[in-house]
Ligand binder design. Sequence first.
Ligand code: SAM
Length: 187
Amino acid sequence: MNDRFPITLDMFDPDDIYDSSILESFPREEASIELFDENCMFLAGLIKRSRPRTLLEVGVSAGGSSALMLHVLEKLGFESELVSVDLQDRWFHNPKYPTGWAAKKLHPDKKNWRLYTGKFLPEIIEDLNLEFDFCFLDTAHAVPGEILDYLVVLPFMREGGVVALHDTALYFFNDHSLQGFCHPASS
Ligand SMILES: C[S@@+](CC[C@H](N)C(=O)[O-])C[C@H]1O[C@@H](n2cnc3c(N)ncnc32)[C@H](O)[C@@H]1O
């Protein structure tokens, strides 16, 4: 076990870490969230358990996971700050909308949320001048995407901080999978 990050998976009882109550109050359709219910429960449970004061999210899209985290913090009565970063200024599903549009709509006056778009994490992380207790990486969906940002964020994590990664192996399961590259479809 790493002393700097003294949490391992076997310390988690799923019933303890998953917060299923979040599904009753979080408006997942309006948030256009790109996470399954289980992922939402997991994130909510992790935040509830780790009580972070400063959160970083990389990979925003419409802002579904930003909205979820802001919702969880609000429910818990935490005034924690969330910083969200996305490479794209415009929503990659429909460039008519800005990145983060859904979270802005659901949380229009959030003073504890900062959104940076059009930037890679390494371009801005030093200037943020923050240490994070919690980090959620949900970007490239292909290795080494999230892993590289994981390395970038490590020096900026507070002792005992939690880093959650989403879909690091999604490319195995869709049409753009590496399998497609390795085994071109026969004509
Ligand atoms: C799957 S979506 C994020 C979904 C969002 N977290 C949610 O749960 O609703 C991935 C996002 O990551 C962004 N992205 C991809 N690579 C990135 C990188 N290296 N740095 C920052 N953002 C990146 C894309 O522009 C896209 O908006």
